[in-house]
Every structure is written in C-alpha cells, then in structure tokens.
Ligand binder design. Structure first.
Ligand code: ADP
Length: 600
C-alpha cells in the first residue's frame, strides 16, 4: 500500500497530467473545431457566392443575348441591304443614318453603325463611331467570314462597350458590316445594388465590367499588379487592397469568352472561426473543470478508502493481538488451573497421608497410653491377688480382704477409664438450640463441686449473667464446663505440674459481646505448660502422669465447641493461671427457650 506522502505525490503528478491533457485536448479541439467551422462557413459563403454568380450570369447573358441576334437579322432586311449598295452616295448616307437611329431607338442599343466593305463607317445612329473604323479589328474579320462578330471595345478611358457585328451580303459578296454597340451601364446598374464586388474579366484577365469603378481595366488576380492578394488560392480566398478578405467564385462564359467573378465577404468565415474557438475554449475549460472536479473527487475517495483500509487493518491487527493475548492468557489460565488441580490433588493426597499418619500416631499414642493405663492397675491387681493368696495362706483373711478391696477399687478405676473412652468414641448429638448459661454452669458445678471441695479449691461465679443464652446443646455444654473445671482442679492440685497453689481458685464468668457470648473459665494455677496451641487440643496430649490423665478432655471440648459453631481461645488469667475462653453464638435472649436435650 502506498504511503500517504506517495499517494499525495502520485495525485499531484496525475493532477498535472490532467491539466496538461486538458490544455492539449483544448488546443486540438480548438484547432479542429475552428478548422471545421471555418471550412463549413467557407463552403456556405462559396455556395452563396455561387448562387449570386449564377444569378448575375443569367442577367449578363440575358442582356447580351437580346442584342446578339440583332445584327444577323438586320443584315437580311432588304431596306438595310439596299443602303449598302452605294454606301457613300450623298442621300444614301442620311437614309442609312435614319435606319440606324430607328434600329437604335427600338433596340435600346448604345449605337448602331453601318460600315462599308473596307470597314469604314458611313452611317451611325449616335455618331459615336463616325470617325473610326472597324475593319482592323478581329470583329470585322469575323463578320466578313460569315460568323457573328463580337468584341469588347473601350469607348474612352472609362467607358466600354460590347459590339456584335454581322456582314451584309449581296450577290454572295460582303458589302459591309452592321455593328450594334451595347453599353454595360444597365448591367453595372444592376450589380451596383450588390455589396459584394462583381466583375467580369476578358480572356486577357483584365476587368472591363464590374460594380467597382476604380477596378476598371485592371488585372483582377494574376499578372502584374493584381487587385487581389492571394491568401488561399485553392480555397479562393484573397485579400482586398483596402483591407478586408473575400472569397472568390468565378465562372467562364464560353460563348463570350469572359469570366464572371463574384467576391463574397469572408467575414462570416472569420466569425464562424472565432465563435468556434470561443466555444471550443469554453468546452475545453468546462471539460477541464469537470475532469478536475472528478479527479478531485476520485482523489478524495481514494484517500478515504485508504484511510478506511488503514483503520480496518489497524482494527484487524488489534483484534489479532487481542485474540493472541486472550489465547495466551487462556492458555496460561488453563495451565494454572491444571497446576492448581494438580496442587489440590497433591494437597488432598498429602492431607490424607497426614490424616493417615495422624491417625496412626493417635492410635499409637492411644495404644501406648491405654496399655500404660491398663497395665499399671493390672500389674497392681496381679500383685494384690498374689498378696491376697499369700495372706489367705498365712491365715490373715482381714488383710486379704483389704487387698481384695484394693483390687476391686482398681477394677472400678479401669471401668471408669473404659467408660470415658466409650464416651469419647461415641458420636455426640449434633443439634444445637438456645441454651441458657445459668443452669448449665449450675449443673456442672454440682457435678464437680464435691471434687473441688475435696481438693480445697474455691469455685467463684464471676461476671455471670445466668440469663445469657447461646446456641448449643445443654448436656454437651455442661460436659465442656466440667472438663475445663476438672482440668483446673487438676492444675491447682499440682497434677501435671509440681506446683501446689495456695488459695486455689477457679472463676467462671460469661458476657455477651454482640453476636458472640463468651464463657470464661480461669484459675490461679501454674498456667498452661509450654505447648503449641493446637497441640493442647490433640487427643492424648497430656502432661499428666499415668492414672492422672489420658489427654482427651480438651480434645472432647474442642470437638463439642466446634459442633456448636464456636471457637476456643487459650491464654493467661489475671492471676497468672490458665484462661479458657469459649466463644459461642449468641441466641436471641427474648425468644430464648431452654429445651431438654434428648439423647445427649
Ligand atoms: P488430661 O487432663 O488428661 O491431661 P486434657 O486434654 O484435659 O488431658 O488436658 C491436656 C493438658 O492440658 C493437660 O495435661 C495439662 O497439661 C493441660 N491443662 C489443661 N487444663 C489446664 C489448666 N487449667 N492449667 C494448667 N494446665 C492445664
């Protein structure tokens, strides 16, 4: 695709070409049309001149014809022939003169003259030729040879006449000649009406008749000093001496051996040419303007098309790029999804492996703990049983009974442990409902009260609004409180640590904090031994010795609270002991209902 600059340059070049073509076309058109129009106008002028020529020829020949037959007719008249018998006789001359006057009178001829056999004029009507002779002329010769004689004659410098002559014969002998002189005044008078020059030239090319007086007896167009200056001889175009241009049309009059010329005005040809030039120039200019306009429109269209093409290409490229980007991001997303799916699968695998490992670990820990828990009383029972046997053998039944009571106590403890394990293993209820905290804490204290008393631990009800209600299960929540208080009693009693607390004290409180209600159990014991927070709630994690704890209390608490949708926070109490905060979901206090927890 051409660049914008190249396109502009191309169009500038094309524009110059259009201008040049218009100029050239205009020139050719102007030349051709002026030639054509000029030729056609010339033709028209020539045609019109031709018509004039034909008309004037008719006029001329018509006038001359009238006189042509006069001499032959007169030469046959007896009274005319008689005057030729004795031409020079005294009375004959006057008779002859009368005849001549008569003939001139009725024919309208300029003059009528009678000449003897030698050519001497013995009588004439007007006396114009009295002193001249015609015998020297070819006219006379022609008349004597029996033909019609004819001749143009100059009467004086300005006047010319045409002569028709015929011989008068008597006894087959030429007695003389009758000559009729015709003047051209009448013809010239007719022609003077025409604005175009009309002239007649003789065989010698000299004008002897015409409607231009100053041209008389001059050469028209050939020979020395002609009137017309040739411009286009083939076209018959000549320049006039005083300025102006004419178109010549000529015709030979064979009978007279004359040439009739009509010089038509050339102006219409010039005008036609001028008009043709003007029209051609205007047409060329118009064509140029139209071409320029079309060219400009074409250029603008091309420019617009180019712009459209460029923007379409840009758009296409943009779409392509965007598509490529999208495909790339799609691909990377697919890759990411694959990686994540893979990672998730890996995580699941690891998780299940961990769970498996944890289960195994828990099982191992549980087996170790339980075998420890059960082996110790079993070993003691075995020892006590042996002792009891020996005591019975020695005959000490009271001591043996005491030993058997110890065995029974140990069996009770093992049963208790078994029950605890069963409770741990049993799937607890999962339903939650609104539970008031007051009764739950009361019930728990009733259960753990005797043990606390024995251990000398004081249990205080701190900030406890008994009407606070949470979403929980009554029995399970009681178990949570019991477990926490039991742990606290253990800690305060030095179980799991080697410190005995003075004025051991447990405080149970609760407060509502919006949608959460916190149940707090704290003591002033030694506090939580160093342990990971999550480790504390793992099953079978315990710092206590054999027979003192198997590490499932907090694990049970954790799973119960989780079932309630709550959480547990562990910390240090204000007295420096352990602090357990159970965060439970608050129930709407007004609509609180305490339900019996069936099956818990
Ligand atoms: P057990 O009581 O059988 O050891 P628990 O799961 O109830 O098992 O308790 C786990 C451990 O948490 C206890 O061994 C003890 O170290 C610690 N513990 C729990 N309650 C307290 C407390 N009130 N003060 C100090 N340590 C505590």
């Amino acid at each position: 695709m051409a660049s914008g600059y190249e396109l502009a340059r191309r169009y500038r070049r094309l524009g110059h070409a259009v201008i040049a073509a218009t100029l050239l076309g205009g020139l050719v058109l102007t030349a051709a049309s002026q030639k054509l129009a000029g030729d056609r106008a010339l033709e028209a002028v020539r045609a019109s001149a031709g018509e004039t020529l034909a008309l004037q020829q008719e006029t001329l020949t018509g006038i001359l014809e009238k006189y042509r037959l006069l001499p032959p007719l007169l030469s046959r008249r007896a009274d005319i022939v008689s005057v030729f018998e004795r031409p020079w006789a005294g009375d004959n001359r006057s008779t002859a003169r009368d005849k001549a006057i008569e003939i001139a009178g009725f024919s309208g001829a300029k003059d009528v003259a009678f000449a003897d056999a030698e050519g001497r004029i013995f009588a004439s009507a007007r006396g114009i030729f009295d002193n001249s002779s015609v015998h020297e002329s070819t006219l006379f010769e022609a008349a004597n040879q029996g033909r019609l004689g004819r001749e143009t004659m100059a009467l004086n410098e300005n006047e010319r006449a045409y002569v028709f002559a015929s011989a008068v014969r008597l006894d087959n002998q030429s007695k003389g000649v009758i000559a009729v002189y015709v003047r051209f005044d009448q013809i010239e008078a007719t022609w003077s009406l025409s604005t175009n020059p009309i002239v007649v030239t003789g065989a010698d090319g000299i004008i002897f008749l015409g409607n231009r007086e100053d041209w008389q007896l001059r050469r028209l167009k050939s020979g020395a000093d002609p009137i017309l200056a040739p411009v286009n001889v083939a076209g018959g175009v000549y320049d006039l001496p005083g300025g102006g241009r004419v178109v010549e049309a000529s015709r030979n009059l064979p009978l007279l051996n004359w040439t009739l010329h009509v010089l038509a005005d050339h102006t219409p040809v010039d005008a036609a040419r001028r008009n043709a030039i003007i029209i051609a120039v205007l047409a060329a200019a118009l064509a140029g303007i139209v071409a320029w306009f079309l060219f400009q429109r074409r250029a603008a269209l091309e420019q617009r098309l180019r712009r459209d093409r460029a923007s379409a290409l840009r758009l296409e490229r943009l779409v392509r790029d965007r598509t490529a980007e999208l495909s790339a991001s799609n691909f990377s997303l697919e890759r990411e999804v694959e990686v994540r799916t893979e990672a998730e699968a890996q995580l699941r695998r690891t998780q299940s492996e961990l769970i498996q490992a944890a289960k195994l670990a828990a099982l191992g820990q549980m087996s170790a703990t339980l075998s420890h828990e059960y082996n110790q009383p079993l070993a003691a029972i075995r020892t006590y049983a042996d002792n009891a046997g020996q005591l019975l053998q020695r005959g000490q039944p009271e001591a043996a009974q005491d030993t058997l009571r110890r065995i029974s106590g140990l069996v009770d403890r093992m049963s208790e442990l078994s029950r605890t394990l069963l409770a741990f293993a049993r799937k607890p209820g999962t339903t939650v409902y609104d539970v008031q905290l007051g009764p739950v804490v009361g019930e728990a204290l009733m259960l753990v009260g005797p043990r606390a008393k024995r251990a000398g631990v004081t249990i205080r009800r701190g900030d406890l609004d008994g009407s606070l209600t949470v979403r929980a299960g009554r029995v399970r929540l009681t178990q949570v409180v019991v477990n926490l208080v039991n742990n606290a009693i253990d800690a305060l009693s030095g179980i799991g640590s080697d410190r005995v607390t003075r004025e051991p004290q447990i405080t149970i409180g609760a407060k509502r904090d919006g949608t959460t209600t916190r149940l707090i159990v704290e003591d002033n014991g030694p506090g939580i031994a160093e342990a990971r927070p999550d480790q504390l709630f793992e099953p079978f994690y315990s710092t206590k010795g054999v027979g003192e704890g198997i590490g499932i209390g907090l694990s049970i608490v954790y799973s119960i609270v989780r079932d309630f949708g709550g959480t547990i926070d562990v910390g240090v109490s204000r007295a420096g002991g352990a602090l357990f905060v159970i965060n439970l979901v608050s129930a709407d206090a007004d609509s609180a209902t305490v339900l019996e927890e069936a099956g818990e």
